[in-house]
Write a protein that binds this ligand. Structure first.
Ligand SMILES: Nc1ncnc2c1ncn2[C@@H]1O[C@H](COP(=O)(O)OP(=O)(O)OP(=O)(O)O)[C@@H](O)[C@H]1O
Ligand SMILES: [Mg+2]
Length: 456
């Protein structure tokens, strides 16, 4: 949505249409005028992002009838009625029936502008809210599971659509909390293995001694303590997808065994001699640089190349600031429903702080902060500052490069100025491009931007 949104003007008097169009166009609205109610009804739809301003007395279909038909289409389209002096009682009853407001002729331009501004902001909130609800109502679509409107996220959606339906092993690289598991699940969901299981194993969380039996399973008596048969993750995932999370933490001796399974496509449970054929797709993930792990001898190169047939880099949140407010709004909405609390409006200051924060814990951290925001009893204007100061990450905004902070903050100030002077809503954040590619100090060279020069 550009500018302040749309205004449709309906009036049978040409001079009125011209004057009102001029005022509103100068105030940065997209204006279209119509000489009859029928003409505007031909193009109005539920996605209309603006305000309908209509005269009441018109030949053929009058403003009241137009209002009824418009509200039947969408009860939340704001309608401003323009009335002649004698029509006030009619206008008052129209407000009861759902009109947003009325203005009496003759009127000053400022009065119309103020009414249209308020009505337009209400409409934007309605549309924004509907969009967020769509995410909740259709959780299966990739776009609704992996939220974001930045170029980077849209590119990810495309990569998921391209790679998902193949059996290629995919290697996901991204910082903690940035959505690696969400991407892995999306890849599974769009594949033809989606009827099979998605089995995740966190290679960093299993003691080395148990690893082998976790992955391959064992027969009763295979080792001390193995009282019964156990099916391993490889077998569990048969016909589906196995997600090797934090794959770089896999002990070296086990890496050889996993490599062999991938080559031979069969496993043997510990203590058994019968090979079991397996048909799985492997998705792996790491939050560190796998090439460095290979060169330092912590990760086998041959395994790495087998797991990394296709690589997906998930950029950290600070590299896609255009997604911050959308995600925050989304998690606020979810938490407000979960805890049955009112959905609060964010203050300009809170927005500035969210944008300037470097999000070291990425989307997971943002989700937690939205939840704490909903549960906090502090006044809304103090909440974000308080929560961010007590996030427990110990990382201040200084951990983002100065240039990134400045870039995020600059965008924030511009948006606030727009909101003050032209009423642009939070929606506009979604259209931000990624910030310039300024690598934080010591960043590893696996950056998303290197693969995607167009995001620079
Ligand atoms: N784009 C997104 N849209 C909606 N939710 C998201 C998005 N990205 C991440 N999340 C949510 O954020 C949380 C963390 O995501 P996820 O577990 O996928 O991160 P991760 O990269 O696997 O983290 P880790 O490296 O710590 O394992 C989850 O609750 C997930 O649902
Ligand atoms: Mg994870």
């Amino acid at each position: 949505m550009t500018g302040k949104g749309s205004v449709y003007i309906v009036d049978d008097e040409e001079s009125m249409r011209v004057a009102v169009s001029q005022w509103l166009t100068l105030a940065d609205y997209r204006v279209e005028s119509f000489s009859s109610a029928r003409k505007v009804l031909e193009i109005l739809d539920v996605d209309f992002d603006g305000v309908l301003v209509t005269d009441i007395r018109m030949p053929d279909m009058d403003g009241m009838e137009l209002m009824k038909k418009t509200l039947a289409l969408d009860r939340e389209i704001p309608i401003v009625l323009v009335t002649a002096h004698g029509d006030i009682p009619m206008a008052v009853s129209a407000m009861r029936d759902g009109a947003y407001d009325f203005i009496e002729k003759p009127f000053e331009p400022e009065m119309l502008l103020e009414t249209v501004r308020r009505a337009g902001e209400k409409r934007k909130l309605v549309l924004e809210n509907r969009k967020l609800r769509q995410y909740l109502e259709h959780p299966d679509k990739i776009e609704n599971r992996l939220l974001g409107t930045s170029d980077a996220i849209q590119f990810l959606h495309q990569e998921i659509r391209d790679l998902g339906p193949t059996d290629a092993s995919v290697f996901l690289i991204g910082e903690t909390g940035c959505g690696k598991e969400v991407v892995a699940r999306c890849l599974h969901e769009v594949s033809n293995r989606k009827k099979g299981k998605f089995v995740a194993i966190n290679c960093g969380a299993i003691p080395e001694t148990l690893f082998e039996s976790e992955l391959f399973g064992h027969e009763a008596g295979a080792f001390t303590g193995a009282t019964g048969r156990r099916i391993g993750k490889f077998e569990h995932a048969n016909g589906g997808t196995l997600f090797l999370d934090e794959v770089n933490s896999m002990p070296l001796n086990l890496q050889v065994k996993v490599l062999r399974v991938l080559q031979e496509r069969e496993i043997e449970r510990l203590g058994a001699n019968t090979p079991i054929p397996i048909d799985i797709r492997i998705i792996s993930a790491t939050n560190c640089d796998p090439r460095k792990a290979c060169s330092e001898g912590r990760f086998r190169e041959d395994l790495y190349y087998r797991l990394n047939v296709a690589e997906i880099n998930i950029p950290p949140l600070r590299k896609r600031p255009g997604d911050i407010l959308l995600l925050f709004d989304y998690f606020l909405l979810r938490s407000s429903e979960k805890y049955n609390r009112a959905l609060p409006q964010l203050t300009g200051n809170a927005i500035a702080m969210l944008m300037a924060y470097p999000w070291p814990g990425n989307v997971r951290e943002l989700k937690n902060i939205a939840e704490r925001y909903i549960l906090s009893s502090l006044p809304p204007e103090e909440r974000i500052a308080h929560i961010l100061q007590h996030t427990g990450t110990g990382i201040s905004t200084a951990s983002t490069s100065l240039a990134e902070q400045a870039s995020n903050f600059e965008k924030c100030v511009i948006d606030q100025a727009l909101r003050r002077h032209r009423g642009t809503s939070r929606q506009s954040w979604k259209n931000w491009p990624c910030p310039p590619d300024i690598e934080p100090e010591n960043a590893e060279p696996w950056s998303f931007q290197k693969r995607l020069p167009e995001f620079r």
